[in-house]
Ligand binder design. Structure first.
Ligand code: AMP
Ligand code: MG
Length: 348
């Protein structure tokens, strides 16, 4: 494995590697991706192998040009109302943290979609990701660059620690700005449905195409419709407990456990309570807050929290606490995505 910069020459080296069927971890605005040529079946197989990812969990195809959408998806086969929604979302929210599930073109290998008739496509906004995709083959299949089920990587060092020699190159583009994965939106049926909350808030999507469903589809299913919906996922090694703010503030301090607060106010209340009951609440290396400063409106706070979430969970994992207590985020903005990840982390 070799680390590359996000300079033009290095990205060209990485793109040649992708064309040759090799794997490149690269930065996106959501989290780091593990990329391979979307149309090369052996590269796709290597992605599943490197992540130890079950074959039933399909990959997102990344493009860097609206015209490349037709390479992967057959938007023309959708009814006109859905076609209009796809167009409006592409114009307004791409490039960005939104993945669209659309009817697939026959040329997309079944391995990429795990045999599903639909393909997930995203146009990332990160300049290094866009260059890599354009210099390579125009369509890169890329799940998050972490072992299956484990915390997502928001820095090149996370990829190095977790995948090491299973990757040929890592492009180091600094910290992923958004910090949680893309929102996955199924546009194969009316009304469209959010299969996984993520970096594009539901409110932003509904402002463009009107009502979307959330949560699991009602029909019983033998396999997950979208494996990002698996109950346990995005998990740290230690057991994680998720609490409302008031419960979090009243938890007793237990040495050996880690505490992840959403805001400083709740953390302050908890410290005050434990300063009275247990005078030696030291152990600050086990106490974290996802946001800092005064409460100035939850929408901005959830952006800050999402950007810090996986980074802090990686730090907590490295100190091997006996348990992790985490405070729920407010539900607005990226809060739905944060709570979704924490809820699944709590089920490991
Ligand atoms: P990630 O591992 O972060 O790249 O997430 C990929 C997730 O996108 C999968 O776990 C699924 O939840 C979702 N996804 C990808 N392809 C499809 C598809 N064809 N149909 C439904 N969901 C998909
Ligand atoms: Mg993932």
């Amino acid at each position: 494995m070799r680390t590359l910069t996000s300079g033009d020459e290095d990205i060209r080296i990485a793109a040649e590697a992708i064309k040759a069927g090799r794997l490149v971890a690269f930065p996106t605005e959501t989290v780091y991706g593990l990329g391979g040529d979307a149309f090369n079946v052996s590269a796709l197989a290597r992605i599943f192998e490197a992540k130890r990812r079950p074959r039933f969990d399909p990959l997102i195809v990344h493009i860097a040009d609206l015209s490349a959408l037709d390479m992967a998806a057959d938007v023309g086969s959708l009814p006109p109302s859905l076609r209009a929604k796809v167009g409006a979302l592409c114009r307004n929210l791409w490039p960005g943290p939104l993945t669209l599930v659309l009817p697939k073109q026959p040329s997309v290998p079944d391995l990429a979609t795990s045999g599903l008739p639909a393909v997930a496509v995203r146009f990332p906004s990160h300049p290094a990701a866009q260059k890599l995709i354009r210099y390579a083959t125009g369509a890169i299949a890329a799940p998050s660059a972490n072992p299956f089920g484990y915390l997502s990587p928001t820095k090149a060092s996370h990829v190095q620690e977790q995948l090491g020699e299973r990757v040929d190159f890592i492009i180091d583009g600094g910290r992923a700005g958004i910090g949680v994965e893309s929102t996955v939106l199924d546009l194969t049926e009316e009304p469209p449905r959010i299969l996984r909350p993520g970096g594009a808030p539901c409110e932003a999507i509904e402002a463009i195409i009107g009502h979307v469903e959330t949560g699991s589809p009602p029909a019983p299913q033998t396999a997950p419709h979208s494996p990002g919906q698996l109950a346990s996922h995005y998990a740290p090694k230690a057991r994680l407990f998720l609490h409302d703010a008031n419960v979090m503030a009243s938890l007793p301090f237990c040495p050996g456990e880690a505490y992840l607060f959403f805001d400083e106010k709740t953390c302050g209340a908890w410290r005050a309570r434990n300063a009275r009951n247990a005078p030696h609440v030291g152990g600050d290396e086990r106490i974290f807050t996802l946001t800092h400063g005064a409460d100035e409106g939850t929408a901005d706070k959830t952006l800050e929290a999402a950007a810090n979430l996986f980074d802090i969970l990686h730090i907590i994992d490295n100190i091997s606490p006996s348990a992790i207590h985490a405070q729920k985020s407010p539900d607005s903005g990226l809060g739905a995505a944060i709570n979704d990840r924490l809820t699944r982390a709590a089920r490991n």
